[in-house]
Design a protein around this ligand. Structure first.
Ligand code: C2O
Ligand code: CU
Length: 463
């Protein structure tokens, strides 16, 4: 299978306009696909990364998991079957979801036990590029993730083709539970300073990733996207990695950013964009004739993920290590992005400061000095808009993610894009405004999975 066969691993999810019963399926229905929905079977599998097979955990034995498609305003029905030897959940990253369906273990639902099943049934209010992943321990890093695309029934953007690009940093042998993962981390950190510093932040050191992947393919056998010269293509890029931000560029082309984290923004054209863990960007590109490298540099590390965009049959495949001049060109900054006016939030009624910190041990990451075991709880009132000042007092950057909402980024006092995940650089402060319009207890955490598992997890809650 090559990358152009992406559609062969996708399934169309049929969506109805009705919100059906929630909850766990009766045992007799376990192996059946729910009516109008998809089946996600989480289980140990051997998957091919192109030139190598690895034994890991995956959805439906493929990496990424199956593409789930829905239409804004519709309902997603996905039946999780847990054939893993550990409890699991599915989190629908970025969706303003019913909290019972959020897959946040211990917060909104108990994890589904081995041999168990859970029916996720939820409305998708907003069109956009999302993904789903396990929210238990390091399971996401094992390969339990996949794209979720919500189409706009009145899509205003004119384009001819769309391509979904899922980025990952592949580490062999990631354990499936937090305990195992941390044991493994601690074992490695005890012996290897390089690895240790990477675990701490992903920017100054290098976690020795085996591979960087585009749609589950390593550079040596890259994913290939087939198109035609002159086509306007919408690239939906998702960073599903645990510890790597990617700087993305397409050889010979500039990228027009149209969406961030699913939400439309005023279009801006750049050469390259940095995508933190959990962030998504949509780019529009009019393709030339030839074969072009799609490069995702692992920021602050030496590796890269690589794929080929091909519009001409005769063009030679670009070598993996080809220099892409765009990588040195104009970089996307948050300041460049603005939300649509219709998506502006009203000014906040109060401000809460959240300090992103590190304990001196270096193995614990905190929100206002608290760890996940006794988490920071931000209480707000339903209906209000709250400003959260994210004050990074640590030497590493953190892609902070809030469940169940999109917030509005405030950059130098100006209204910025609507997002659900935002990178805060070392010693930097960013303001986000959150409209409390979806009652629940919502996880609020760093999307560096190592930081998340080492304490950097809080709660935003209201009834
Ligand atoms: Cu993408 Cu709390 O997660
Ligand atoms: Cu972090």
């Amino acid at each position: 299978m090559n990358g152009s066969a992406w559609s062969s691993v996708s399934r169309r999810l049929f969506v109805t306009g009705m919100f059906a019963a929630l909850g766990t399926a009766p045992a007799s229905a376990v192996a059946a696909r729910p009516p109008g929905g998809v089946l996600l079977r989480a289980r140990p599998a051997t998957v091919s990364l192109g030139k190598r097979d690895v034994s890991t955990w995956a959805y439906d034995d493929i990496l990424p998991g199956p593409l789930i498609e829905a239409t804004a305003g519709g309902v997603v029905r996905a039946r999780l079957i847990n054939d893993l030897p550990a409890p699991t959940t599915v989190h629908w990253h970025g969706i303003r979801i019913d909290p019972r369906m959020d897959g946040a273990p211990g917060y909104t639902q108990p994890p589904t036990q081995p041999g168990g099943t859970f029916d996720y049934v939820f409305r998708v209010p907003d069109a956009g590029t999302y993904f789903y992943h396990s929210h238990v321990g390091m399971q996401n890093d094992r390969g339990l993730y996949g794209p979720l695309i919500v189409a706009d029934p009145h899509e205003p953007l004119g384009y001819d083709q769309e391509v979904t690009v899922v980025l990952d940093d592949w580490l062999d042998g990631v354990a499936g539970t937090p305990d195992d993962a941390l044991k493994r981390l601690n074992a490695s950190t005890a012996h290897d300073d390089t690895m240790r510093s990477a675990v701490l932040g992903g920017v100054t050191g290098e976690l020795r990733h085996s591979y960087y992947l585009v749609n589950g393919r390593m550079s040596a056998a890259p994913a290939t996207f087939l198109s035609r010269p002159g086509r306007r293509v919408r690239f939906r890029v998702i960073n599903a990695a645990a510890d790597t931000a990617f700087r993305v560029a397409l050889g010979g082309h500039r990228l027009t950013v149209t969406h961030t984290d699913g939400f439309p923004c005023a279009p801006v054209t750049v050469d390259t964009a940095l995508i933190g863990m959990g962030e998504r960007y949509d780019f529009l590109v009019t393709l030339d004739s030839g074969a072009f490298p799609l490069v995702a540099m692992a920021e602050g590390k030496s590796g890269r993920a690589f794929a080929v965009v091909r519009t001409a049959r005769s063009a030679v495949t670009p070598p993996t290590n080809v220099e892409v001049p765009q990588l040195n060109g104009r970089r996307l900054k948050y300041q460049d992005l603005d939300a649509r006016r219709a998506d502006y939030l009203r000014p906040p009624s109060r401000t809460v400061t959240v300090k992103l910190g590190m304990r001196p041990s270096g193995n614990e990451w905190t929100l206002n000095d608290r760890l996940a075991a006794d988490p920071l709880r931000v209480r707000v009132d339903r209906g209000e808009t709250v400003r959260i000042v994210l004050d990074n007092q640590s030497p590493m950057w953190h892609p902070m993610h809030l469940h169940g909402h999109t917030f509005q980024l405030r950059v130098s006092g100006q209204r910025g894009p609507r997002k659900d995940t935002v990178n805060i650089l070392p010693r930097e402060r960013l303001n986000i405004d959150v409209h409390a319009d979806n009652p629940g207890e919502w996880m609020f955490h760093c999307h560096n999975l190592y930081h998340q598992e080492q304490g950097m997890m809080g709660v935003l809650g209201y009834g």
